[in-house]
Write a protein that binds this ligand. Sequence first.
Ligand code: ATP
Ligand code: MG
Length: 250
Amino acid sequence: MRQVQELTADNQRLLQSVVRSEKRFRTLAKSVWHVQEEERRRLARDLHDGIGQTLTALVNQLQRIYDDALGVGNLGLKHRLDGALDITRSALHDTRELSRLLRPTLLDDLGLDAALAWLARTLSERTGLVIAFHSELDEQRLHPDVETLLFRITQEALTNVIRHSAARTARVQIRHTPMLLILRVEDDGHGFDTAKVAHAERSASSSGLRGMRDRAELFGGRVEIRSAPAQGTVVQLTLTLDGPDTDAPT
Ligand SMILES: Nc1ncnc2c1ncn2[C@@H]1O[C@H](COP(=O)(O)OP(=O)(O)OP(=O)(O)O)[C@@H](O)[C@H]1O
Ligand SMILES: [Mg+2]
């Protein structure tokens, strides 16, 4: 009887130590994630304020020379400046877009709905994929970490749709109840064999789908992927809104 009691006590101590380690691991993984996001924020700002400003100045400069060439009727020079202006404007556009994709300031300033609507519009314009976006959040703000988590998962899921699915349309949906947040990204593309990819996921050191699952788990969330060849793909994140890191600020 005493041995059984001792064994039970040992087991309980072991369990408590596993729970403590798990907690420490989550805290550590979250701080690594914060550092990554902070780095992305810094890079996005540097790109926007550095190269972005330089290119804006260059466009203005070229525009003035263009106006001068037009004034003196130098059509050859005007024509060449036209080309130079086009290239510079396109470099400026790419720089701004890259900066926003790294970390959209919209996400911090206006929240998830605005950032996801922008992401859907940008990817749609760039690739021709029709992306519908519907959210029950009604622009309500969530904990900043949760907003970042949902943004990154949507970004990865839509990038996968564009890279792998040959879909014509995709839909991003956010459902929100007092206790639950559900993000769903679906496409009408050719789908894939999830069993095969799950096997590859385990052997690879990192991948988009695995990164999604790992991040969701840090917040006690769950990512489910439903897909089959020729049947499109659904990526769904379910998150319970009851922890200190997932509560909406009051
Ligand atoms: N929406 C989708 N439609 C079709 N196939 C998909 C879709 N999403 C994922 N896949 C398949 O699952 C695989 C794994 O996706 P995952 O995002 O993990 O890696 P990846 O996109 O190949 O590389 P990365 O690490 O850059 O994300 C893809 O290579 C692709 O074959
Ligand atoms: Mg991917």
